[in-house]
Design a protein around this ligand. Structure first.
Ligand code: G1P
Ligand code: ZN
Length: 544
């Protein structure tokens, strides 16, 4: 017996306009009516869900299981026809994107705060993806945001918890709840894109790999694909069991948070290849023996060699990168004679380009890489594309990168993050910089001459929309660059991101340490933005 309720409620402090989901402290989500309010705003913001089919799953963090039960009860009360749920309410973000697309659904809800830590005192999040499988665009998220300011009721039904551990269909009132294997469809998609035979042969030849799932959602995916289907030795996947608090770690695949993997890959007896993925499985990290491959360099190498994998054998229609990502991929696109698009930070801006067939490979400096196979970045996909390339090339990662730099030049790259900066000071820093822009070109800063200075705005070539104030970029002579922007995803104060880049083409200088190679740009960026004076910080909190 199912009882429907209309619950009276009050507006909430919802997501910031322009962000594609809501991330808050878990305790806030667990507070009275908070999750319910936000879910109702999503349902109303997409025009109601009566008769619709949705996908639901999350990265397994604390509260994932409880939130799934609430969302299902609300979906039933709001008249949904069907919800396809990953077993135990688990789905990686790319697997959710694939299910939304392959089942031609009306979109889906993904429960995750991506790479942010999880647990009762850490972060939780929910986002809605549209029927194309991608993050909702701004008009949709703006509608949802406005609803969070006026909401006064939500619909929910009263019922015992559903069993989400057993595959198959059941009913919640009129609504069908279909519990699916979270890995199966995704693994089949990977098998359709990559040469699994060649990769299996590579493993059979003694090639050794370490995949660090960081106790997050890619564990079951990587174990099934790498160890069961591709025959990698047991133990190739480490930290492969998703835990509600990610083992107390920070599931963000970069040299800082995946320090264990870095240590393994730089040790005497390092495996041939190392990789990691984040909380919800959309980010990736690539490490060769003794060499960390930056996400910007990885994107460039994948662009140059994607044709070695069956799914991309016909070549790429085009590539796209977020503005702060290095120009390494631009140089490959130029050589291939294909277009390269520059978009604002955030995966949602790639959606139109992928849907329209303008670009087939996209990436961000923040460890996101993906293609037109889904509408999210995809961590394990990037790892498999690398493996397919290595299976064909049969050469060490370091050798492939050295050859790449010798061919295209090397875009030295680093990002310096200043976290938890006072919001007013961060805003002052940006507006001071903005004020300098008109007079900068032609001047010399810390010995470097400024050749361009502007604030990035994006005109979407597909729908004609314009997005402004997407970061301040300063170009220096010889292809060096500094970019300044404030994070849109931080949860405490402001995070200032300073992106530093320098192009080197002289063979003798291709193998320096990145921070050393970038020292002149770092000095110029500090002088221009007056980082020390305005923020009071003497050094970045995180360097990647
Ligand atoms: C960060 C990354 C950005 C990525 C986003 C979501 O956003 O910089 O590339 O798309 O997380 O994973 P930011 O905090 O810089 O706004
Ligand atoms: Zn993520």
């Amino acid at each position: 017996m199912i009882k429907m309720h209309d619950v009276h409620t009050q507006p909430i402090d919802g997501q910031k306009p322009g962000t594609s989901g809501l991330r808050k402290k878990t305790k806030i989500f667990m507070g009275p009516h908070y999750l319910e309010n936000y879910i109702q705003c999503i349902f109303d913001g997409i025009g109601g869900i009566e008769g619709k089919t949705l996908v639901l799953g999350g990265d397994g963090r604390y509260f994932n299981d409880r939130a799934a039960q609430v969302i299902l009860r609300m979906a039933a009360a709001n008249g949904a026809a069907r919800v396809i749920v990953g077993q135990n309410a688990l789905l990686s973000t790319p697997a959710a994107s694939h299910l939304i697309r392959s089942h031609e659904t009306d979109g889906g809800l993904i429960m995750s705060a991506s790479h942010n830590p999880g647990g009762p005192n850490e972060d939780f999040g929910v986002k809605y993806n549209t029927p194309n499988g991608g993050p909702a665009p701004e008009p949709v998220t703006d509608r949802i945001f406005h609803l969070t300011r006026t909401i006064n009721r939500y619909h929910i039904c009263e019922t015992a918890d559903l069993d989400l551990g057993t595959l198959g269909e059941s009913r919640l009132g009129e609504m069908v709840v279909q519990v699916v294997d979270p890995v199966a469809d995704y693994a089949a998609l990977m098998e359709s894109l990559f040469d699994f035979k060649a990769i299996s042969d590579l493993f059979a030849s003694g090639f050794r790999m370490r995949f660090d799932a960081m106790h997050a959602v890619t564990g079951p995916y990587a174990t099934e694909i790498l160890e069961r289907r591709l025959g990698a030795p047991p133990g190739t996947v480490v930290n492969g069991t998703p835990l509600p608090d990610f083992g107390g770690g920070h599931p963000d695949p970069n040299p800082i948070w995946a320090a264990d993997l870095m240590a393994t890959m730089f040790a005497q007896d390092a495996p041939d290849f190392g990789a990691a993925s984040d909380g919800d499985g959309d980010r990736n990290m690539i490490v060769g023996r003794g060499l960390y491959v930056t996400p910007s360099d990885s994107l460039a190498l994948l662009a140059a060699k994607a044709h070695l994998a069956p799914g991309y054998a016909d070549g790429l229609s085009g590539v796209a990168r977020s503005m702060p990502t290095s120009a390494a991929v631009d140089r490959v696109a130029e050589a291939l004679g294909i277009p390269c698009y520059e978009t604002p930070t955030g995966w949602k801006f790639f959606g139109n380009l992928l849907d329209a067939g303008c670009a087939a490979l996209c990436g961000e400096e923040s460890a996101g890489t993906g293609s037109d196979h889904v509408r999210e970045k995809d961590g394990l996909w990037a790892v498999l594309l690398w493996l397919n390339i290595l299976a064909v090339e049969r050469r060490p990662v370091a050798e492939l990168m050295a050859e790449h730099w010798a061919t295209y030049g090397r875009n030295y790259y680093s990002r310096h993050d200043y976290e938890g900066v006072d919001s007013d000071r961060a805003a002052t820093l940006m507006s001071d910089l903005r004020g300098q822009l008109p007079d900068l070109v032609g001047t010399t800063v810390a010995g470097l001459s400024v050749t361009s200075a502007d604030e990035f705005a994006y005109d979407d070539p597909v729908d004609g929309s314009r997005t402004e104030a997407q970061g301040i970029r300063i170009g220096f002579a010889g292809g060096a660059r500094a970019v300044f922007r404030l994070s849109g995803t931080g949860t405490a104060g402001a995070t200032l991101r300073v992106y530093l880049e320098r192009l080197v083409t002289e063979p003798g200088q291709l193998h320096q340490d990145a921070q050393a190679a970038l020292a002149p740009i770092i000095a110029a960026a500090g002088a221009l933005a007056q980082i020390k004076r305005i923020t009071g910080r003497t050094a970045p909190d995180v360097i990647t």
